[in-house]
Design a protein around this ligand. Structure first.
Ligand code: HEM
Length: 538
């Protein structure tokens, strides 16, 4: 094999930092020149002025001036930890991915938890969706599962992502966040784009205010396609189940914590790890047949606003995640880590879900701005733990010193045949699939049912949990200034559950509207059965 041309120094045992950053006993400049005094600038006389000639002053201030990078456009507020994933081997029946298929195999991971809308300095316990992003450093390359703590999403097509985020981010004129102002745009958006209803139901439930990262579920949200060693495919949903169980705050606790300790979640994670109490989750999959329809019992598996109830397809455990090591440096690791839904390994493929398709474009694109050019996969936290031998060259912040004269394949200059891997040699060979149809800007009719799963979710809650949902809607909609927006959201709730709508309307002092008949909308019979059956169905 040709030499490994582009990997910088291998990742050390900590997997995370480059010790060359700080070495030697003396304080030096960036050029390694020892410094006699770092508290006084070079002045003309002891009363100044300061001399431009002071290279130590200039370097120190200049570097400081450029310490900040743009925060993430979403999920800016986050905290992370290192750990290990151990496979149970049970997924071997559906995937050839080595880190899942081999029983007992351990894979290093880095996991970043986040809120979606707040800025880097915002509070942890606000009502929001939580990011649950996992980087698996597998020996077949890096796999990222960039998930959330809510199993569905606001929108069905990624082209609306800038819109839903613009609607939810702080008010553009005075930058007050949603819940603290009469800021109407979030409720305006979700009452107009009713496919958001299911996600909003989860946000307004206790799931929107988790007690701790260690008591949160995680979901891959989209349907993925797994491929086994024989090339047989299955459709799956990924799940993280916290070993400590699912627990939430109550609203009063969340509000107090946001004021008294805005770092409540990151402190809990860091202190727990330091005290020897790792965060633990079981990894699981729901497996559906890949029969060419991309649906299961009437549920469109390409619609990210829909889940597959566990009553219909149980979650099978396939491994365990343990987070037991805090980062060494927040900036180097937590801030610079770059997750991407397109970081896939052989045995794990994507589906046609139009939300996922847009994500496949977005992450690398945004990171080129956020991390200053195209070479951020060379940063220690982003380096694969598999050998890298790409043909990517030069660019801003290139740190690899590439050798050879022919950065292209085939070549006869550097000698040797191209070493390309097929499916039997851990190569990533996409499963062939038929793609046909007219180019259209439209959703399939199977995306039209916006309410059945919202109803199912609400009716699955206990009476106390339902009370919390009613109180959350009443509180949040109570902050809305425009009455027509409140009325439109009440009309949405009328389609979810009459009792829910009436109780929120009463809380707002408004009349409760009637639901809109949805005769033309296809509803999965399996879901109707779950809604109509008290308790879990067989
Ligand atoms: C960041 C999850 C939809 C664009 C993130 C992060 C998570 C996440 C967990 C934080 C990653 C980190 O910790 O660094 C999700 C989920 C989605 C979703 C579960 C839907 C199922 C989308 C869509 C788009 C998008 C549709 C765009 C079309 C972004 C961008 C970032 C981000 C630009 C910032 C990445 C960075 O700066 O490194 N997302 N997201 N997301 N997401 Fe998503």
């Amino acid at each position: 094999p040709r030499p490994d041309q582009s990997a910088p120094a291998p990742v050390g045992p900590t997997g995370s930092h480059d010790s060359r950053a700080q070495s030697g006993d003396f304080l030096t400049t960036a050029q390694g020149v020892r410094v006699p005094d770092t508290d006084h600038s070079l002045k003309a006389g002891d009363r100044g002025p300061t001399l431009l000639e002071d290279f130590h002053l200039r370097e120190k201030i200049t570097h400081f001036d450029h310490e900040r990078i743009p925060e993430r456009v979403v999920h800016a507020r986050g905290a992370a930890a290192h750990g290990t994933f151990e496979s149970y081997g049970s997924a071997k029946t559906v995937t050839k991915a080595g880190f899942l298929a081999n029983r007992g195999r351990t894979t290093p991971v880095f996991v970043r938890f986040s809120t979606v809308l707040g800025s880097r300095g915002s509070a942890d316990t606000v009502r929001d969706t939580r990011g649950f992003a996992v980087k698996f450093y597998t020996d077949e390359g890096t796999f990222d599962l960039v998930g959330n703590n809510i199993p569905v999403f606001f929108i069905q097509d990624g082209i609306k992502f800038p819109d839903v985020i613009h609607a939810g981010k702080p008010q553009p004129d005075i930058e007050l966040p949603q819940a603290q102002s009469a800021h109407d745009s979030f409720w305006d958006f979700v009452s107009l784009h009713t496919e958001a209803t299911h996600h909003v139901m989860w946000n307004m439930s206790d799931r929107g205010i988790p007690r701790s990262y260690r008591t949160m579920e995680g979901f891959g949200v989209h349907t993925f396609r797994l491929v086994d060693a024989e090339g047989k495919t299955s459709l799956v949903k990924f799940h993280w189940k916290p070993v400590a169980g699912v627990h939430s705050l109550v609203w009063e606790e969340a509000q107090i914590a946001a004021g008294v300790d805005p770092d409540f979640h990151r402190r809990d994670m860091a202190d727990g790890i330091k005290a020897g109490a790792p965060l633990e989750y079981e990894f699981g999959i729901q497996v559906m047949p890949d029969d060419g329809t991309d649906t299961f019992q009437g549920i469109d598996l390409l619609d990210p606003t829909k889940l597959v109830p566990e009553e219909l397809v149980p979650v099978q455990p396939i491994g365990k995640l343990t987070l037991d090591r805090n980062p060494t440096n927040y900036f180097a690791e937590t801030e610079q880590v770059a997750f991407h839904t397109g970081h896939l390994v052989p045995g794990i493929e994507v589906t046609n879900d139009p939300l996922m398709q847009a994500r496949l474009f977005s992450y690398l694109d945004t990171q080129i701005t956020r991390l200053g050019g195209p070479n951020f996969s060379q940063l220690p936290i982003n380096r694969p733990h598999a050998p890298v031998n790409d043909m990517l060259r030069d660019g801003m912040h290139q740190t690899a010193v590439h050798t050879g004269l022919a950065p292209y394949l085939n070549n006869t200059v550097d000698g040797g045949e191209p070493e390309v891997a097929g499916a039997n040699d851990h190569g990533y060979v996409q499963t062939e699939r038929v793609i046909e149809g007219r180019a259209v800007r439209a959703n399939p009719a199977s995306f039209d049912d916006h309410f059945t799963q919202s109803t199912m979710f609400y009716r699955s809650l206990t009476a106390i949990e339902q009370d919390h949902v009613v109180e959350a809607f009443t509180f949040e909609l109570g902050k809305v200034f425009e009455q027509s927006i409140k009325e439109r959201e009440l009309a949405v709730l009328a389609n979810v559950d009459t009792d829910l709508c009436e109780r929120v309307a009463a809380g707002l002092g408004l009349p409760a509207p009637a639901g809109t008949p949805m005769e033309d909308v296809f509803v999965s019979p399996a879901l109707s059965q779950i809604i109509d059956t008290p308790g879990p169905i067989a």
